[in-house]
Write a protein that binds this ligand. Structure first.
Ligand SMILES: Nc1ncnc2c1ncn2[C@@H]1O[C@H](COP(=O)(O)OP(=O)(O)O)[C@@H](O)[C@H]1O
Ligand SMILES: [Mg+2]
Length: 236
């Protein structure tokens, strides 16, 4: 419980920070980079952009990443998303993956989605579905930082039957290592120096709240970890 409280406090602080940084420091940085780009060539001639255009672009990209981090943080805490309703599974998958897109690009991760040709609805909250996908995709991104040989891949796929949706998230990272496959779900169990061991606990609890099941296969279909989630649906 203390870990939850500490992380909740960190989350609240992050949301405040995200809000403040988008409002003020990021705007100031952006306006001033514009000024530098305008006045530089006038004062120093065309060599200015030749020499400094690259670094200026890099600053802009880094600012974009900060902006994205901020908007993700803010969107995760929108109150409306915590209300129970009919949630369109494929729509949430699409929006979470779109949010992560800058990170996929930055880290050269190819994401392939193979969603069933239907529109399954879950009885839950948008926040719950977001937390499942966000935690699994974050874990894959972190896993790639370990040993990565060759191209990084994540596959997100769904299979829909009359009563259930099966969601799979697979990566070609190192797979579950240094921890038993049954311990990964426990709060506080992590193999990472700065890990919290809460991501998969949240995934497990969110899935259980929806009367679903989650399991891990490692090595999975892409060679790394593969999480398979079965959820009852309202219809599709
Ligand atoms: N995609 C993955 N690839 C390899 N190992 C993973 C993956 N996802 C989870 N794990 C393992 O499960 C552990 C627990 O994950 P999690 O509960 O999200 O906590 P944390 O991310 O804070 O370590 C991780 O420390 C890691 O060892
Ligand atoms: Mg995690």
């Amino acid at each position: 419980v203390q870990l939850y409280r500490t992380l909740s406090t960190a989350g609240i602080t992050a949301a405040t920070f995200a809000h403040e940084s988008a409002a003020s420091p990021l705007k100031i940085m952006s306006l001033n980079i514009d000024t530098v780009e305008r006045r530089g060539p006038r004062t120093f001639g065309p060599a200015f952009l030749e020499k400094l255009g690259g670094p200026l672009d890099k600053i802009r990209n880094a600012m974009k990443s900060i902006g994205v981090l901020g908007s993700v943080t803010l969107s995760l805490v929108e109150a409306d998303k915590r209300r129970p309703r009919r949630v369109d599974l494929h729509a949430v998958i699409g929006s979470v993956l779109a949010t992560f897109e800058p990170f996929f690009q930055q880290r050269e991760v190819a994401v392939d989605t193979a969603l069933a040709d239907s529109q399954p609805f879950l009885r839950t909250s948008t926040a719950a579905v977001e937390s499942i996908i966000t935690n699994l995709v974050s874990n894959s991104l972190i896993a790639f930082e370990e040993a990565t040989s060759g191209s990084r891949r994540i596959r997100v796929s769904t299979l829909i039957s009359a009563e259930t949706a099966e969601l799979r998230i697979a990566d070609n990272g190192p797979g579950i290592a240094g921890i038993s496959k049954s311990d990964i779900w426990l709060a506080g169990y992590t193999t990472r120096l700065h890990g919290t061991g809460l991501g998969l606990t949240i995934v497990h609890d969110a899935v259980a709240d929806m009367a679903g099941k989650v399991e891990v296969v490692s090595p999975g279909s892409l060679g790394g970890a593969e999480f398979i989630i079965n959820l009852p649906i309202l219809g599709s």
